[in-house]
Write a protein of this length. Structure first.
Length: 147
């Protein structure tokens, strides 16, 4: 890879490429119309951040950062990241690590005391990247309930 990946906050014009990337990486089936609707509804919320990595005008990396301020001193303000993905043909080039550097920078600017990461169990190679970056596996369980 000769060119340098650049990272920036996404805008509405990036949503289609983000969804195509996530659909490819996570075998999802999110519609572009749905994604654009939600993006427009939340675009003014400074705690909802879609970060993208670009190479030669193409979005090849993405993650979603949600900053959560709390009233609890121990928790303080923290962030959750999810949908951490790099286009398959660009993996193993340290792009995810560079993106995590950008995430850390943004979270520090937002005065976060911690970053939590949500990742599906089957993403074993991604988990190795997260652990190498310094993320620890918590003893907690992630519970979910459809409503």
């Amino acid at each position: 890879m000769q060119e340098k990946v650049t990272f920036r906050i996404a805008n509405i014009n990036d949503v289609e490429a983000i969804i195509k990337l996530c659909n490819e990486c996570f075998d999802e089936n999110t519609s572009i119309d749905y994604a654009k609707k939600i993006f427009l509804e939340t675009q003014n919320d400074t705690n909802q951040i879609y970060l993208i990595g670009e190479l030669n005008g193409q979005i090849i990396a993405h993650t979603k950062i949600t900053v959560i301020p709390t009233i609890y001193e121990k928790m303080n303000t923290y962030a959750i990241i999810n949908h951490v993905c790099v286009k398959p043909e660009y993996r193993r080039l340290n792009i995810a690590t560079k993106m995590l550097d950008e995430v850390s920078k943004i979270c520090k600017e937002k005065k976060c005391v911690a970053i939590e990461l949500w990742s599906n169990n089957f993403r074993v190679p991604a988990h190795a990247c997260y652990k190498k970056y310094g993320f620890l596996v918590n003893d907690a369980k992630f519970f979910s309930k459809d409503i």
